[in-house]
Design a protein around this ligand. Sequence first.
Ligand SMILES: C[S@@+](CC[C@H](N)C(=O)[O-])C[C@H]1O[C@@H](n2cnc3c(N)ncnc32)[C@H](O)[C@@H]1O
Length: 261
Amino acid sequence: MPIDLYAAPGVYDLLFDDRTDDVRFYAGLARGHSRALEYGAGTGRITLPLARTGCSVLAVEREPAMLDGLRERLTHEPDSLRRRVATVLADATTLALDARFERIFFPFNGLAHLHTAEQQEAFFSRVRTHLRPGGLFAFDLWIPEPRLLQGDVLETGRFLDPSTREPVTLREEFSYDALSQVLTTRLTLTPVLEPEAAQRWTISQRQFFPEETRALLVAHGFDLRWRTTRWKLPTDLSQRHLDVEAPDERGAMIAYVCALR
Ligand SMILES: C[S@@+](CC[C@H](N)C(=O)[O-])C[C@H]1O[C@@H](n2cnc3c(N)ncnc32)[C@H](O)[C@@H]1O
């Protein structure tokens, strides 16, 4: 029986720790600001670089194993950085804070974990409450891929698992529920020399189509100021920049930067 990917922070880090474009993007938005709220902080892949800009970060995460991973990472950091990161185990859709932030982030497809309209509404209402006037809310989402929605299977060549130094392969199987728009991915990591020791995880993510996301933001009181498929940082937020270059590769994401309306 596959387990939830977020119960396995070591595997999560193995799969995603080498992503850097989004880290630069969010760190760029945080630089020069004093307080950021990061929802879905996970094991801190983005949290720590945010704090390294000098910004204080409140990292909110609902999965205990992921938050443990972040707290473990923090133990390797200097006191000066640790002091700038506070962690909370909570659900972003319900957590009420007595604070407002200049920056609110829900990075790396975070919104896709809110499967229902009710969860999305609750989440956006939290963001509206916690965002300072003049502040910015930024997030990113995968562009749904027809191949995956049709149930494609992806398989990598062999690569080295850094934790075991053993060659492994990764297989991803997809199934899509067209009514709920939820894509479920089943991941299998197989050691090449010991295939019977294969491990399996699963993750279910709501698919947001780009025009649907724009409509959602309007409906929930946000003014979309910047949208990019290339992780370009905003240059002038007084001018709306909503161009996205056509994705030319698998796994293209759109990053969104919004203000309160
Ligand atoms: C794709 S991971 C991103 C983790 C980290 N921000 C990164 O970029 O590596 C999404 C994270 O959001 C968390 N998450 C999803 N829904 C959440 C919610 N409602 N409240 C808090 N955390 C949530 C998940 O548990 C997971 O750790």
